[in-house]
Design a protein around this ligand. Structure first.
Ligand code: 1PR
Length: 563
């Protein structure tokens, strides 16, 4: 008897497990149909795609028992796909049927006026009563959403479904269901387990809710909610930790200047600079820093295993341990990058990129970030011509296989471009992507294009940043993390030209990275480009600028930030 979790084997259910442990609750996993009989409350933290969730439940013989469990009147809490399975169907997987409790269909967001997936912290509007604080929901809070499909709120067109609606959210000009509730059933499209203290409050309130509260009064009539001029999505501030072994073999957070992470020592006469390099810079312990940034209000955290291209996941057990420990401390999204590729363990065992990603997801990562492998995959796809000029994937790349199994929102591509300066009269193959420096800036009278690199900048590749960005979007990446080797660690500000160039070419969310030297640089990047998030490392690690300060400055400048 007790609290049970339904896990069908894909994605990060570890986050929810960690949230419950943090709140002091014990739980068990549903493994067989019989386990449903023992459950007195059930949470389904669904991730991945609608089709893969329903098909996996069916093939394990768990779909019908789930239906019966809900019909029995015992409490059910579905998160994301766990909420969507309550509906009839989804255009994501047209041949698959949901439980059909809510007579409506889940549809894809329109990406004409916004990027898709909807990824980030958004506000909600409550129905029935503006005060659901006893249920943990507050209109003054923001909650973390990550999804491409949604159930629109349409009380005129579908009044029966509208009666289920508990709160709505707006993304672009679309108003959709943020949470649903009727009797014993509760569902949220957002992820409370990734929504910091605001989300933990909802989980805690649901777990301690009395029977009488669940059979609450019938809802009041539903009226349409025309979209407001602006949605409530906030710009995300991401703290990134580059992690590697120092010379003593301990994993430390380090930080380079233009990707060089060693202390500078002057080269003695007769030696080459590489021999004169100092120790790997040590800016702290990854788990302690992650906990500090979470407490300071970071909207998202990244851990980059920056020497991973030398290792197999088996050898990277310490990194997995870091991810596990960090995930127990932070309740905002956690991205893990470095070494997501096909590898061979020291004993000769082959491991696919999908398996490597799976290890990180099970350790507590919400997204994996792929860099070098993304470059090679786009080079391969360009060898398979297509009408749009981008090329065709063959279904085997890390991006494709991981997006297929875990959903595209779980796949970030990290791009490490470098400027290649050319004559102002350049008319070569990248002429359409050439940037000319603005008058009055240090780039005046210069022209350049952006070339992609692999292995943390060590390998330059015959691929431009636009070719890579368009390629990975087509292969199924859910987000682009755009670094700049030229700006990394310089504190000169984000490379606005680079960010605008990529923004023009893709419709998936983007994180601007590299070069932040002050809070004002975040204002600049959000005012001059249309990116969803901005990332910094050095200024946060060295304590030069705090995350709270960045958010204060953004709010004063009229940029929507989560407080
Ligand atoms: O190729 O899939 O194994 O992934 C390797 C990952 O490790 C890539 O995402 C790559 O960017 C990263 N990486 C590899 N070598 C380095 C290095 O520094 N020597 N770090 C490295 C990249 C850039 C950002 C940094 C921002 C902001 N560091 O992570 O956080 O530039 O810094 P700033 O705010 O201090 O300017 P694969």
């Amino acid at each position: 008897m007790g609290l049970f979790f339904l896990d069908y084997g894909a994605g990060n259910v570890q986050s929810l497990a960690n949230s419950l442990r943090k709140l002091g609750y014990e739980f068990q996993w549903i493994r067989t149909a019989e386990d449903f009989d023992k459950a007195t409350s059930l949470i389904f933290p669904g991730v991945g795609s609608f089709g893969s969730a329903v098909t996996a439940l069916e093939s394990k013989g768990l779909l019908e028992p789930l239906h019966k469990y809900i019909a029995s009147g015992r409490p059910y809490f579905g998160i994301c796909i766990g909420m969507q399975v309550l509906f009839e169907s989804s255009t994501e997987s047209p041949s698959v049927k949901g439980l059909g409790l809510i007579p409506a269909k889940i549809d894809l967001f329109d990406n004409a006026d916004k990027t898709v997936p909807h990824m980030g912290w958004n506000s909600i509007d409550l129905l029935d009563s503006a005060d659901k604080s006893d249920e943990g929901l507050l209109e003054s809070s923001h909650y973390y959403f990550v999804h491409s499909y949604r159930a629109s709120y349409d009380p005129d067109g579908n009044p029966v479904a509208a009666h289920w609606v508990h709160s709505t959210t707006q993304y672009g000009q679309e108003v959709f269901m943020a949470s649903v509730r009727k009797a014993n059933v509760f569902g949220t499209q957002f992820h409370p387990e990734k929504s910091g203290d605001a989300g933990l409050r909802i989980i805690s309130a649901w777990l301690s809710e009395s029977e009488s509260a669940r059979s609450s009064a019938p809802p009041t009539p539903r009226i349409p909610r025309p979209p407001k001029p602006r949605d409530g999505l906030t710009k995300r501030i991401v703290a990134c930790m580059d992690v590697r072994s120092n010379d003593e073999g301990d994993l430390v957070v380090t930080k380079g200047d233009q990707y060089d992470v060693r202390e500078k020592a002057p080269a003695a006469p007769g030696t080459i600079q590489a021999q004169a390099e100092g120790a790997v810079r040590n800016l702290g312990k990854p788990v302690a820093l992650a906990a500090r940034y979470y407490a300071a209000g970071a909207d998202e955290l990244c851990l980059m295993n920056i020497t991973s291209f030398r290792h197999s996941p088996l050898r990277d057990q310490p990194m997995l341990a870091v991810v596990r420990a960090a995930a127990e401390e932070v309740f905002v999204p956690l991205t893990i990058g470095g070494g997501i590729k096909d590898t061979v363990d020291p004993d000769g065992t082959k491991r696919s990129a999908l398996e490597v990603a799976g290890l990180y997801f099970r350790a507590g990562a919400d997204k994996v970030s792929i860099a070098s492998e993304a470059v090679y995959a786009v080079e391969r796809m360009r060898a398979r011509p297509s009408q749009d000029g981008i090329g065709e994937g063959d279904g085997t790349s890390a991006i494709e296989t991981i997006a297929h199994a875990y959903g595209r929102q779980a796949v970030v591509v990290s791009i490490d471009p470098k400027r290649v300066y050319v004559d102002l009269s350049y008319d070569g193959p990248y002429r359409d992507e050439v940037i000319r420096g603005s008058p009055g800036t240090e780039d005046e009278a210069k022209a350049w294009w952006y070339q992609c690199t692999a292995s943390g900048g060590r390998e330059v590749r015959p691929l431009s940043v636009v070719q890579l960005a368009r390629g990975v979007e087509k292969l199924g990446a859910g987000e682009i993390l755009l670094n700049s080797i030229d700006r990394d660690g310089t504190g000169k500000g984000f490379d606005i030209d680079l960010i605008q160039l990529v923004r023009k070419n893709v419709r998936i969310p983007m994180v601007a990275s590299s070069g932040a030297g002050s809070a004002a640089h975040f204002v600049e990047v959000f005012q001059k480009t249309d990116v969803e998030a901005a990332l910094a490392a050095g200024i946060f690690h060295r304590g030069e600028v705090g995350i709270g300060e960045v958010k204060d400055v953004l709010s004063s400048a009229g940029v929507n930030a989560r407080r």
